[in-house]
Structures are given as C-alpha cells and as structure tokens.
Design a protein around this ligand. Structure first.
Ligand code: NDP
Length: 327
C-alpha cells in the first residue's frame, strides 16, 4: 500500500484538535486512498489528554491510520512532516494587549517554524488555525527560511463557509448554486466577505440581496459568528473550525473545482494592492498543489475601503511583530 503521509497537529488535546483528528484519520483530509500517520504536539501538561484522544483514535480502527505519536517537542513532532496543522495557540486573556498576544504567540510559532525548517519533508504544507492566525503564520514562515514562503497559509475557510451558509439561507438556494465568494484580509472582525463577485445561479449575489442586508446584516454576522457561537454554545466553535481546516488542506492538495474559487490567507504577491509578503486572505484557486490568487477582479470603492481596512490591520500586526524581533 501507499506510503503514509505524515500529518502533524499542534494543540492536539484542544477542542478543535478533538474535532479534527478523527476527520484526518478517517481519510477526509487527504482522500480515501491516502494512509496517514499522525504526530500530535502538545504542551507537557496536555500530553496525557492527547494520549486519551490517541486511545480513542485507536478504538475507531480507521483503516487509513498507520500510527500515532505524541510529542511535547516541536523538532520531533515536525520531523518528516508533510502537512502541519498549527492549531495550538496562546489565547487572549483578560486585559492582554494585542502586542502581548502577538509576543506570546511568537514564542510558540517562532520555534515551530524553526522546527519545520529543520526537519519537515520537502513538500511540507502548513496551515495555521491558532489565532491571530495570519500573523502567527507570518512568524512561522519567517523562522523557516529554507521552506518556500508559499507553503505557509492561514485559515479563512471557516469565514468563507460561514458566508456561504448565510447567503444560502438568505436566498433560499442550495450551496451548490453559490460560487466565487471571497473573504479578503485578516481572520478577524475586519475581514471582508465579498458578494460583489460571488455568483448565485450565475448572477452576481450582491444584486440579489438588499444593500442594507449586505452591509448591516451579512458582513457583521459573518465577522462576528465566532462570538455568537460562544454565546450560544458556551464554548468556541470547534467542529466547524476543524471542518474548515479539512476543506482548506483537501483543496490545496486536490485542487479547487473548475469555474469556482475559495478563500485562503496566503503570502501576498502584491495583488490587489495588498503589500507583498503579508499573509492575507484572497480569492484563490488551487492547481497542482499550489494556491494561486484569482486575478483581474474589479474592486469598487466600497470593497476597496473594506479590503484596505483589513489589510491595514495586518500591516500593523506585521509591524508589531517586526518591532518585537519575531520576523
Ligand atoms: P481550541 O482548540 O478551541 O482553539 C485553538 C486555536 O484555534 C485558538 O487559538 C483559537 O483562537 C483558534 N481558532 C481559529 N479559528 C477558530 C474558530 N473559528 N473557532 C474557535 N477557535 C478558533 O482551543 P483549546 O484551548 O481547546 O485547545 C488549545 C490546545 O492547544 C490546548 O490543548 C493547549 O495545550 C494547546 N497548545 C499547544 C501548543 C503546542 O503544541 N506547542 C501551544 C499552545 C497551546 P481563539 O483563541 O481566538 O479562539
């Protein structure tokens, strides 16, 4: 049988990890013909909980799962890894300033980037889920100078999927009728879900909804969905975040469907006026295992303002981590 693909998951004992690992082991991350080997990375005090999850994974008897190893050392966890899902992060605690948050995460994503640089497989692909995801990805990338920069990505697929769901409900159409939706910018409250290029039944989505709904309902609902879920569930979204991570990697490896695109935060090449190098969400297609930014979209004044605001936040985050010496 085929050689297993090594997938490393950090924060493996957390709630997203718990929702994610079973999806990976059952073959949904890479497809039904690809066996996987799981490397779980945790901080020492969470290793025991990760062992519990590994016991449950064993007990699922997934035919594609070819082994599980648990580590508290990043170098060991990323050795030979093909797919790195960086989920564990330092959450914002009460009274913490953004600079403190970025610094605390620099202490996680810097060393993980170094470990990826030192030992990951040549084809390694990295998805950062842990927040602030875009800038954490930038820190990891800066610490991995020998890995092609475009292998470092951050997740905006959950925002994308949330936007699809809201639009589908609003218009009473199936998800398969919606295409070309885009999340631009940062995975934060400034993100911009764009309906001006999205199509429903082949026609522009923005023209099928009231402007009032688009600006005052749709955009804030998508941007604040995480908080609404915490309010309702008493815990942050986990299964939907894991699902989006699966979607992101699956499409990266297997390609996006013809005639459509998705959203992912990838290093900017300067497209659409987004400063080169920052990891920002774009409309993207995946071909031959590489993300490409969809080119040539016309951006009107409204969208321009929204994109610029989110990109300005990313530039600020980049400047902060640069000042802290993290990139
Ligand atoms: P979760 O599994 O719920 O979340 C993990 C990270 O994903 C958080 O940074 C969270 O951001 C982020 N995230 C991104 N998008 C979403 C989304 N849409 N909904 C919810 N979260 C999102 O956190 P837990 O606390 O349950 O688990 C984290 C685990 O990581 C712990 O077991 C901890 O020990 C581990 N950890 C491991 C490290 C390592 O391996 N070196 C380092 C640090 C932690 P946000 O905080 O903004 O919700």
């Amino acid at each position: 049988s085929a050689t297993p693909v090594t997938v490393t998951v950090t924060g493996a004992a957390g709630q997203i990890g718990y929702a994610l690992l079973f999806r990976i082991a059952s073959g949904q991350l890479l497809g039904p013909d690809t066996p996987v080997k799981l490397n779980l990375l945790e901080i020492p005090q969470a290793v025991k909980a990760a062992e519990g999850t590994a016991m449950e994974l064993d007990d699922c008897a997934f035919p594609l799962l070819r082994g599980i190893d648990i580590f508290d050392d990043a170098n060991a966890a990323f050795s030979g890894t093909n797919v790195a899902l960086l989920v564990g992060a330092r959450p914002r605690s009460k009274g913490m300033e953004r600079g403190d948050l970025l610094e605390a995460n620099g202490g996680i994503f810097g060393p993980q980037g170094k470990a990826i640089n030192a030992g990951a497989a040549d084809d390694v692909r990295v998805l950062v889920v842990g927040n602030p995801a875009n800038t954490n990805a930038l820190i990891a990338q800066a610490s991995a100078p020998d890995v092609p920069a475009d292998r470092f990505t951050a997740m905006t697929r959950l925002d994308h999927n949330r936007a699809l769901a809201q639009l589908s409900k609003k218009l009473g159409v199936g998800l398969d009728e919606i295409s070309k939706l885009t999340i631009w910018g940062n995975h934060s409250a400034t993100q911009y879900p764009d309906l001006f290029h999205a199509e429903v039944g082949g026609k522009i989505a923005a023209e099928q909804v009231e402007r009032e709904w688009l600006e005052n309902d749709f955009i804030p609902t998508v941007a604040k969905r995480g908080a609404a879920i915490i309010e309702a569930r008493g815990a942050s979204s986990a299964a939907s975040a894991a699902n989006a991570a699966v979607d992101h990697v699956y499409d990266w490896v297997n390609g996006t469907p013809a005639g459509d695109w998705t959203s992912a935060a990838i290093p900017s090449d300067g497209s659409y006026g987004v400063p080169e190098g920052i990891i920002s969400s774009f409309p993207v297609t995946s071909e031959n295992g590489e993300w490409k930014i969809v080119q040539g979209l016309e951006i009107d004044e409204f969208s321009r303002g929204r994109i610029d605001a989110s990109v300005a936040e990313l530039v600020e985050e980049r400047d902060t981590v640069a000042t802290l010496g993290l990139i």
